[in-house]
Design a protein around this ligand. Structure first.
Ligand SMILES: Nc1nc2c(c(=O)[nH]1)N[C@H]1C(S)=C(S)[C@@H](COP(=O)(O)OP(=O)(O)OC[C@H]3O[C@@H](n4cnc5c(=O)[nH]c(N)nc54)[C@H](O)[C@@H]3O)O[C@H]1N2
Ligand SMILES: Nc1nc2c(c(=O)[nH]1)N[C@H]1C(S)=C(S)[C@@H](COP(=O)(O)OP(=O)(O)OC[C@H]3O[C@@H](n4cnc5c(=O)[nH]c(N)nc54)[C@H](O)[C@@H]3O)O[C@H]1N2
Ligand code: SF4
Ligand SMILES: [Mo]
Length: 731
């Protein structure tokens, strides 16, 4: 019997299988961290179908971060000026329950908000929905997925009648043309990227197109890199459609039998002649033509996208415009083809299944649908009408609600908004006004802890058992392999305990997370994400499984959705979306002449709470920086390593310059990772704005207008030592 535990990497949405074994088993060879704490041994799980034993540097080093700087016990204070004092769980939970009751009575349930995360397990998500949307009667539950996947969700829903990425990872090795748009897959989804790159290298006929204003590591491998101007994706895609139509690459039978709204779309793409489009996108005409030819001539086209598409004030339109190309050429429902959104976080997919956004209910249901509300009310044993018919506050609307005083209670869990939200000055000021903020995290300090009244210690990866779903709809059981640090507790248990103390004892009488999951799966019966055939026990026996997975017993192939070319719309037809390009919410102008874009580096994860504490990764990426094109640098007399001050209409930051042709002229790039704890004045989101897509409410974190000023000569990149600064909290 092996002493190892199978689980899933807790970082990105690729969802690589891991096998963890205890440090004690290694005897003298035991690996220890700098403080001498033994480190658990982690390796790729060869039996996991999604990753086949591979891991990237983040998965490989995860065990080094799980013991450092943990939040060990609940802490409380009356105001943000006071020091935290250690309290018991009982005291902390009583304070929370009292506050919830007071706010409910005085201001109504819509003054209560919870802001959660794609780093929750499905059980955490489910219990939070039952508490907020069910028992408390407010749909004010949103997650950081609002900043991440909500445009993909809205796009799938509008085009196909339901959310759900229709493809699977095997498609990476079955396609003739991989169309990667707004995704730096090599750095952000490395293990699936490896698969694609190997296959592409081996098969000369396979084309790879990358659409990104930056020449990323991903773009380096492409047959065609379209370095479009930020925000011109819809022009490009409509321009490609125009050519595909002109050249007769339409699948007319598919369009006629399986889609609706083609005439409106055809009308729109007529106004995107190739010459105009190439000029608008800042690319050559022959590049646009090559892209359209690769797409048109390929038997199977797979498009992959992530934040360069979703994080946009026209994110939903961008997603639907990608889907349009698939619909017009019949590139869906077959191996190697389809529109495949790459999920960011490890369980943003599970969050969507559990209804973890302000417009959703569990089982891919919608708040706005009276029948869906009635089904969930009945299942939860609530009174008819107890679930509010109003969409709840989205992430940014919670910040806005603190500003106006409409939000009286905010519970933040498994996300670090004081780094990751747009317009940090406004975010911080709003949080400073918050009458009562609960912050539930695994680590301390974090930037957000400095704005909380109550800190609750969460058990994290490896310390709680639950399930996560990856980008290809594959559900994996992640078993606990050690006990929580300090007196930390799993997120779902904390939510359930608060539910019981609020008087809903019968609704939260779960003994363990397997029981929570068993209840959740029943609520998915007959829905597109049906997982009634799954349980913790079955997942343990049969291993990671893709949905749909109903309990009907019939063996089915769930690798792909829509293989019968019937969609989840009332008439079964997929919908073309007819969109003109609107461009950026804040285009550059004379005062703010550059477009700032933001994103990720291979080794780091988000706000550094884990990877910032791993030496190997810190050495890989020691400092924040700004990428500037040599032509722009010359104009501004900026040399490599000079300090550059970056100003937007909202704030400023300083970075050492990296002068590189990897970024297009007129654009600059800054990594999103460094918050106030980790570097001085280096917050990407001090600069960004909260303007968002009207449909998905996803903010445009990928573009804002900035000006650059050189403020110091030399001394920048690669010189200063990485150092944790203390932002008012002890490190
Ligand atoms: N190493 C690492 N991997 C991660 C994460 C991490 O923190 N670190 N986080 C995970 C999460 S939650 C997410 S959401 C994913 C994100 O994964 P990605 O979306 O691949 O990562 P980003 O770097 O945010 O942005 C992708 C690219 O969008 C480009 N872009 C900017 N503006 C535009 C535009 O207007 N059009 C187009 N076409 N492209 C544009 C940027 O230049 C950038 O290269 O990564 C996941 N994986
Ligand atoms: N400028 C700019 N801003 C961005 C983006 C961008 O591209 N550019 N990307 C956006 C996107 S796509 C995303 S996903 C967000 C990510 O932004 P965040 O969600 O703020 O980033 P993380 O650092 O992943 O925060 C997760 C927190 O959860 C804690 N944690 C880990 N496991 C657990 C657990 O089991 N329970 C609890 N309670 N806590 C836990 C960690 O310690 C950490 O503090 O950033 C968004 N912001
Ligand atoms: S690719 Fe993603 S899931 Fe796989 S090991 Fe790396 S971070 Fe983890
Ligand atoms: Mo994300």
């Amino acid at each position: 019997m092996s002493d190892s535990t199978k689980t899933l990497c807790p970082y990105c949405g690729v969802g690589c299988g891991l096998e963890v074994s205890p440090p004690a088993g290694l005897g003298k060879q035991t690996n220890r961290d700098a403080e001498g704490t033994p480190i658990w041994k982690v390796r790729g799980d060869r039996e996991h179908p999604s990753s086949q034993g591979l891991v990237c540097v983040k998965g490989a080093t995860i065990a080094e971060a799980i013991d450092k700087s943990r939040l060990l016990y609940p802490m409380m204070r009356n105001s943000l000026d006071e020091e935290f004092r250690r309290v018991s769980w009982d005291e902390a939970l009583n304070a929370i329950v009292n506050r919830i009751q007071t706010v409910r009575l005085t201001s109504g349930p819509d003054a209560l908000c919870m802001y959660g995360s794609g780093q929750f397990q499905t059980e955490d998500y489910y219990i939070a929905q039952k508490l907020m949307k069910g028992c408390l009667g407010t749909n004010n539950f949103d997650a950081n997925s609002r900043l991440c996947m909500s445009s993909a969700v809205a796009g799938y829903i509008q085009s196909f009648g339901s959310d759900g990425p229709p493809c699977c990872y095997d498609d990476l090795e079955l396609t003739d043309c991989a169309f990667l748009i707004g995704t730096n897959t090599a750095e952000c989804h490395p293990i699936i990227y490896n698969r694609l790159r190997k296959y592409h290298k081996k098969n000369k006929h396979v084309k790879m197109i990358v659409v990104d204003p930056r020449r990323t590591t991903t773009a380096e491998d492409a047959d065609l890199h379209l370095a479009i101007r930020p925000g011109t994706d819809i022009d490009l895609l409509n321009g490609m459609a125009n050519l595909l139509m002109r050249w007769g690459y339409l699948d007319t039978a598919f369009i006629e039998e399986c889609t609706a709204n083609f005439p409106d779309y055809a009308e729109v793409i007529r106004s995107y002649p190739p010459e105009l489009v190439a000029r608008k996108c800042g690319i050559r005409l022959d590049e646009l033509e090559t892209a359209a030819r690769y797409w048109g001539e390929s038997k199977r086209v797979l498009s992959l996208w992530s934040m360069g598409v979703n994080q946009s004030s026209e994110g939903t339109a961008k997603v639907r415009t990608i889907i349009n190309l698939h619909l017009m050429t019949g590139q869906i429902g077959k191996p190697g083809a389809g529109p495949f959104s790459l999920t960011g976080q490890p369980n943003a997919m599970g969050g969507r299944e559990a209804g973890g956004l302000a417009n959703l209910l569990p089982g891919y249901r919608f708040v706005k649908n009276p029948q869906h509300r009635a089904e969930v009310e009945q299942f939860w044993g609530l009174k008819p009408g107890q679930i509010s018919p109003e969409v709840g506050r989205t992430a940014w609307e919670m910040i806005a609600g603190l500003e106006t005083g409409e939000v009286g209670f905010l519970w933040v869990a498994a996300t670090n908004p004081v780094v990751s939200m747009p317009d940090l000055e406004r975010t911080k000021a709003a949080l400073r006004k918050s009458p009562f903020t609960v912050y539930q995290d695994a680590y301390y300090p974090t930037e957000t802890a400095a704005y909380a009244h109550v800190l609750l210690p969460a058990a994290q990866w490896g310390e709680k058992t639950g399930v996560m779903t990856n980008s290809e709809r594959r559900v994996t059981l992640c078993e606990a392999f050690r006990s929580p640090k300090g007196i930390a507790r799993p997120d779902w248990e904390i939510f359930a305990e608060v539910g019981r103390r609020l008087g809903f004892a019968d609704k939260f009488a779960f003994q363990n997370s397997a029981e929570v999951y068993a209840e959740f799966v029943r609520l998915t019966r007959g829905r597109p994400c049906d997982v009634t055939g799954l349980s913790h026990e079955r997942l343990k026996q049969q291993g990671p499984t893709q949905w749909p997975c109903p309990d009907s017993g019939a063996k089915r192939d769930s690798s792909r959705l829509y293989t019968d070319l019937r969609f989840h719309t009332p008439d079964g037809r997929a919908r073309f979306g007819a969109y003109h390009s609107k461009g950026l919410a804040e285009p550059p102008d004379i005062n703010y002449p550059f477009v700032l874009t933001t994103g990720r580096l291979y080794g780091h994860w988000h706000t550094l709470s884990r990877t910032g504490r791993i030496d190997k990764i810190r050495q890989m990426h020691p400092n924040p920086f700004i990428e500037i094109h040599p032509r722009d640098a010359e104009k501004l007399e900026i040399a490599e390593g000079d300090w550059v001050e970056v100003l937007s209409r909202r704030g400023k930051a300083r970075f050492p310059a990296k002068v590189t042709k990897a970024i297009s002229p007129g654009a600059v790039f800054v990594p999103m990772h460094w918050g106030a704890l980790w570097a001085e004045d280096s917050e990407a989101n001090a600069l960004t704005h909260p303007e968002c897509c009207p449909d998905s409410k996803q903010p445009e974190l990928k573009a804002c207008a900035v000006q650059l000023v050189r403020v110091g000569v030399g001394g920048g990149v690669g010189v200063s030592e990485p150092e944790v600064l203390s932002a008012g909290v002890p490190v």
